[in-house]
Structure formats: structure tokens, C-alpha cells
Design a protein around this ligand. Structure first.
Ligand SMILES: C[C@H](O)[C@H](O)[C@H]1CNC2=NC(N)=NC(=O)C2=N1
Length: 118
């Protein structure tokens, strides 16, 4: 599957309400997904797997506008990231609190975050 087919499927999806017994992404599914979302990096924070991307901007105001757009996405999807807004730079991290790890919802939100930045 090419990148745009994979990511346009994610962008057209919506987050599902996630319970603590929801299935985390398998290692293979995550690896495959990240080949199509190449700007996102896996990382582990206090034992929790997350995906993170740094977005760059010309100034603080543009970084803040993007931050607000990501906040609106989070409210629409009822799925919420960690966001660090700095001068010219916004760091967005997605993971699923309910399962303490990565879920399909995080891929959907990563693809939608990319779309906001494009
Ligand atoms: C009760 C409410 O639906 C949940 O707390 C939602 C809200 N936003 C969320 N955001 C994220 N990233 N993970 C969650 O598990 C989550 N759960």
C-alpha cells in the first residue's frame, strides 16, 4: 500500500471510544504504520509507548495557532495528546491513556495532525 492510501484511510477514520481492555497495536502493525507516517518517532516515556513529531513554524503565533487546531482535533476525536508549544516549534505526542500504550486511535490522530500542518 502506498503512503497516501494508508494515511488517507486514517484521515477518513474516527477514533473509537477506548476501554482499558482495548487491543494495543501489535509491534508489526506499528512498524508498518510508521513506514507510512515517517515523521513520527516511537519513544517510551516512563514505560509508556508513544509516538511524537516536532512541527516547526516561523514564529510563536503560528506555533500557537497550530496548537489550537490540534486541541480542536483532540476535542472532536475525544483523544488528547501532550503538546509542547515553544517559539517556532510544537511537539505533539500521542498515546492512549486507557491502555498505557499505542492504539489505532493514535495513528488516526497522528495522520490528522499531519493533515492540519500540510
Ligand atoms: C473518559 C474519556 O473518554 C477518556 O478519558 C478519553 C479522553 N481522551 C483520551 N485521550 C487519550 N490520548 N487517551 C485516552 O485513553 C483518552 N480517553
Amino acid at each position: 500500500m502506498d503512503d497516501s492510501t494508508f494515511t488517507s484511510h486514517l484521515v477518513r477514520s474516527s477514533c473509537k471510544a477506548c476501554r482499558s481492555d482495548a487491543k494495543p497495536l501489535t509491534v508489526e502493525a506499528l512498524k508498518e504504520a510508521l513506514t507510512h507516517l515517517p515523521n513520527w518517532q516511537r519513544m517510551t516515556v516512563n514505560g509508556t509507548e508513544q509516538i511524537k513529531r516536532v512541527f516547526t513554524f516561523k514564529n510563536f503565533a503560528q506555533a500557537m495557532t497550530f496548537t489550537q487546531q490540534v486541541a480542536e482535533l483532540a476535542e472532536q476525536e475525544n483523544h488528547h495528546p501532550a503538546i509542547l508549544t515553544e517559539w517556532g516549534k510544537v511537539t505533539v505526542s500521542w498515546w492512549t491513556h486507557e491502555i498505557g500504550g499505542l492504539h489505532q486511535n493514535d495513528l488516526i490522530c497522528a495522520a490528522k495532525t499531519d493533515q492540519i500542518a500540510d
